[in-house]
Write a protein that binds this ligand. Structure first.
Ligand code: DQQ
Length: 552
């Protein structure tokens, strides 16, 4: 099997070695960005979990520090699991995290830690006060499914209480976000009514935050009273996101709704939102968490992407897991979904580039993008489809509502009407290896409406290695393509392809492990496997430099 060192990512966040999972407590402090993460200091499989810790000036170049939180007290003796940071009124960050306190079962409690030295911008040492644990599962709470405290928030019209969420499971199948509140940040009590719940299985790593309705890419602080106050005066101005990570399905979904701090109520705008499963990412992206960046007034999303090779390969490589490139998140003008875009700082890694302009790709044709190495690249393309007349019908009702199944049935190799068209990335010279990232347009359902746009990542041909897990990932793109225009951006990084459709409406991260398309042998193509012409109005591909990455 394949363990080529050239498959290690170049500009995605990773420690020097070993296993990582969830991003924890991202924060900004005195000019430095901090990321903590679930880390096994002893190997490339999950276990022995401590909080790894790295710092950065720009979210791209990272310096590794020693683990920030390790088992040291009875209430975290068997694991320091996920959690979040809250910036207290004096500017000090506090970290709340889940501790496992029994060896036999995963009995979970919540702990708090403070910086030992507030004047250290690197926050190297964390102390756990003696009043830990601060929250224990009581009165009907499932003690083995009770974890991942969020950032706390506080509003004037919320009675002056701090509040936070803890993810849990009620009965056999109900995911739930419990609300705990506190006046002093020490004694926390559960509010009887959870913030929200749905029949989805366990909710891990909840996240809850206000959105700016000012447009552009603005974010707001988690406790921002303007968002909540505007909400009580003008309901439509108050928009919050509740995100949960579905343990059973291994993806992150969110709803957008309104929050009333006085009544302690969150109401999703779309009554069917919990069934529709709007996702941050339709690929490999889990246990994500946002934070507000006061330096650039934006909200940034971190998410974990695990490997999809075999555990034996992970052990042989000596590492497993990466963090996705941090994304700025903001509200789409429609108010119905979020938009996401790689933080602008990643563009500082762009080096040599090539551009194509006004290139028509005929049905069944492909064009190679030459002149740069593309194993580690950033590609932006604008497509234009002169006519949508030949778009396929979406007549099978079983496929019409299910992007994943639709793409499984009509992958990149199945000729369509308008599309599939897009990129073949990490492709070998004869294209026997290639990962397709593409769109496919369908005629509107009977009775009119907009054409339906599907975005898909198809890794079925990504590697000649037969032992890999190669799931096809897909999501619909809620965009109006009647003018024929749609854009795509892909961040390619050796064993990861992270794609943003239509300006960040639909995102798909996929892990692939080519056996030939490695290093200098990786190629990039634009392809069209439909019956209609597709024009590349413009395409630019940049080589990406390697930033400082934790000393690796
Ligand atoms: N990972 C952590 C848990 C969390 C899960 C343990 C999600 O706290 O629920 O490593 O990936």
């Amino acid at each position: 099997s394949i363990v080529d060192p050239l498959l290690r990512t170049g500009y995605h966040f990773q420690p020097r070695k070993n296993w990582i999972n969830d991003p924890n407590a991202p924060l900004y402090y005195k000019g430095w960005y901090h990321i903590f993460y679930q880390y096994n200091p002893k190997g490339a499989v999950w276990g022995n979990i401590v909080w790894g810790h790295s710092v950065s000036r720009d979210l791209i170049n990272w310096v590794a520090l020693k683990p920030a939180i390790e088992p040291s007290i009875p209430s975290d003796k068997y694991g320091c699991w996920s959690g979040s940071a809250t910036t207290l009124p004096d500017g000090t960050p506090a970290i709340m995290y889940t501790g496992v306190n029994r060896p036999d079962v995963n009995y979970q409690v919540q702990n708090i830690a403070y910086p030992r030295n507030k004047s250290d911008p690197l926050l190297r040492e964390w102390v756990k006060p003696s009043h830990n644990p601060i929250i224990v599962p009581k009165a009907g709470v499932n003690a083995t499914q009770f974890r991942d405290p969020t950032t706390a928030w506080r509003h004037a019209d919320g009675g002056g209480h701090w509040r936070l969420l803890i993810g849990s499971l009620e009965g056999a199948a109900r995911g739930v976000a419990y609300v705990y509140r506190s006046r002093d940040f020490k004694r926390w009590t559960r509010v009887r009514r959870p913030l929200h719940s749905a029949a989805t299985g366990m909710w891990e790593c909840p996240d809850f935050y206000p959105l700016s309705t000012a447009g552009r890419r603005m974010g707001v602080e988690t406790s921002s009273s303007s968002a909540a106050a505007a909400g009580s005066r003008r309901r439509q101005a108050n928009k919050y996101v509740l995100k949960n990570s579905l343990d059973l399905r291994r993806y992150d979904y969110y709803t957008i709704g309104t929050y009333d701090p006085a009544a302690e109520r969150y109401v999703p705008d779309d009554p069917a939102g919990d069934e529709r499963h709007l996702r941050y990412d339709y690929g490999n992206f889990y246990a994500s968490k946002t934070f507000y960046d006061p330096a650039k007034r934006r909200r940034i999303l971190w998410g974990w992407a695990n490997e999809s090779d075999t555990a034996a390969d992970d052990v042989a490589k000596g590492w497993a897991g990466i963090q996705a490139i941090p994304r700025t998140v903001w509200l789409d003008p429609s108010g119905k979904q979020l938009l996401q875009w790689p933080i602008e700082e990643v563009e500082a890694l762009r080096g040599k580039s090539v551009t194509l302009k006004n290139r028509v790709i005929k049905p069944g044709q492909h064009v190679e993008v030459t002149g740069i190495q593309t194993a580690q690249a950033d590609v932006e393309v604008s497509f234009e489809v002169p006519s949508l007349a030949g778009a396929e019908a979406l007549d099978d009702p079983a496929l019409a509502g299910d992007a994943q199944r639709l793409c499984g049935a009509r992958g990149a190799a199945v000729e369509g009407g308008v599309g599939p068209f897009g990129l073949w990335v990490l492709a070998s010279a004869n294209r026997e290896e290639r990962t397709a990232v593409f769109f496919r347009v369908f005629r509107p359902a009977r009775g009119g409406g907009k054409p339906v746009v599907l975005m898909c990542t198809d890794p079925c041909k990504s590697s000649l290695d037969p032992n890999l897990y190669q799931p096809t990932f897909a999501g619909f793109v809620d965009t109006d393509i009647s003018n024929g225009k749609i854009s795509l951006r892909s961040l390619i990084d050796r064993s990861v392809v992270e794609s943003f459709g239509a300006g960040g409406k639909t995102c798909i991260l996929s892990r692939v492990y080519p056996s030939l398309a490695i290093g200098k042998n990786a190629r990039l193509y634009v392809f069209n496997n439909g019956k209609a012409d597709v024009k590349v109005s413009s395409l630019t591909a940049w080589e990406m430099k390697k930033p400082l990455m934790n000393g690796a």
